[in-house]
Design a protein around this ligand. Structure first.
Ligand code: ADP
Length: 393
């Protein structure tokens, strides 16, 4: 069976085409600048790469070109080979606790919840509509970033603010990156051969979140009402004292939205280092003894350690800590520093194992009290698995 996983942005559309008989990627690619001058696409398949600048006025154009190319490049022989389309959807509020077959009601809800994800939900709808236009008979499944976190208890997801903000306006912790944390949870289940484990899943990329998982369920997660909360990220501040917002508004003559923009785009690593949001650049600067880069990197590590320690207590201990996403999968020194700071929990790291890359690897030493793994995340595969699962039901 062949499934397409889609991640639609406001002017972009990422896809992966899977052969689900063996979960292999047959083709993947990106359509960019949709509706903007200079629109183009790149498709990768069997070691080949095709790129072209082509007019794409909207997402439907992009999907038409995608399907034409899949056939003209002989990646598939007919559209009938596509058994389902899975869409990454961002915000399902507290209504969606699992992936779903996409119906008119789902589209209506995505639209209704758009004030919770103003950039993402409308883009997700564009992606769904485009496939409905071009492949109306093919079943589609929606996989929500927020769904995995819906098992949090009320005392966890509520903020200690006037209750009315929750009951009337929906102010609560929702959490994000759920598809990645769920993929990590399932992979740990495969490694351990059981479901009764306590896991701390650290998705640290440009965006980042940490999730505490017990018996396959999310107990707590660091992102909140929006992805701004929690650990320090490439450009996001993570947790701050909200009172600084009106104070800086007055100092800089900005409105609240502009300050939130600064907290989302100009904070975190790039804010503190005044140099870059990319951990590779920061580590280079640290090697050159740049003081701001060193403070930025130390603070970044510190915030991750803080939450791992918090979740260790919350879970009543941990069986396994997993690092994933850009920094988690690739940065040998950041993983080492985090683990060294957790030494008092009995965590010991194997430096040789920690230097390996690109595969599932156990980086803790045999005498470590907690297993530590690097597991490359695969949200696209998780989406394709859910798609096949739901259309087969
Ligand atoms: P996103 O949140 O955008 O999906 P990714 O998970 O792709 O982000 O992570 C991107 C980040 O991963 C980059 O900004 C970079 O900081 C980091 N990264 C990638 N490779 C390395 C590396 N070898 N060492 C340190 N950081 C890395």
């Amino acid at each position: 069976m062949k499934i397409i996983s889609i991640n639609a942005g406001s002017s972009s559309l990422k896809f992966s085409l899977f052969n689900m008989d063996n979960e292999s990627v047959i083709a993947s690619g990106l359509f960019e600048r949709i509706g903007i001058e200079g629109s183009n696409y790149t498709i990768k398949y069997s070691g080949e790469k095709v790129s072209e600048e082509i007019e794409l006025n909207n997402h439907t154009d992009a999907v038409k070109v995608l399907l034409d190319k899949l056939i003209s490049l002989e990646i598939i022989s007919s559209l009938e080979e596509i058994n389902g389309v899975g869409h990454r959807l961002v915000h399902g509020k507290d209504k969606y606790t699992n992936s779903v077959i996409i119906t008119d009601e789902v589209i209506k809800d995505l639209d209704e919840f758009k004030e919770f994800a103003p950039l993402h939900n409308p883009a997700n709808i564009l992606g769904i509509q485009a496939f409905r236009d071009v492949l109306p008979e093919v079943p589609m499944v929606g996989v929500f970033d927020t769904a995995f976190h819906q098992t949090m208890e009320k005392e966890t997801y509520l903020y200690s603010v006037p209750y009315k903000w929750y009951s009337e306006y929906g102010v609560r912790k929702y959490g994000f990156h759920g598809t990645s944390h769920r993929y990590i949870t399932q992979t740990v289940k495969e490694i351990f051969g059981r479901e009764d484990f306590k896991l701390i899943s650290c998705h640290i990329g440009n965006g980042g979140s940490i999730t505490a998982v017990k018996d396959m369920k999310c107990i707590d997660t660091t992102m909140g009402f929006t992805p701004l909360a929690g650990i320090m990220m490439g450009t996001r501040s993570g947790e701050i004292d909200a009172s600084l917002i009106p104070y800086v508004m007055e100092k800089e003559g900005k409105n609240a939205s502009e300050i939130i923009e600064d907290l989302n785009k100009n904070s975190g690593l790039v804010g503190l280092s005044e140099y870059s949001s990319d951990m590779r650049d920061i580590l280079e600067k640290c090697d050159a003894c740049d003081e701001k880069a060193i403070v930025a990197k130390n603070k970044y590590v510190r915030r991750i350690v803080d939450y791992i320690a918090q979740y260790y207590v919350l879970l009543g201990g941990a069986d396994v800590i997993v690092f994933t996403a850009g920094v988690g999968e690739n940065s040998v020194p950041i993983r080492r520093e985090i683990c060294e700071k957790l030494h008092c929990l009995g965590i010991k790291i194997d430096l040789d194992q920690n230097s390996k890359r690109g595969e599932i690897v156990k980086i803790s030493s045999d005498d470590s009290k907690i297993d530590v793994y690097v597991i490359p995340t695969d949200e696209e595969l998780m989406i394709a698995r859910d798609t096949i699962d739901l259309i087969n039901r």
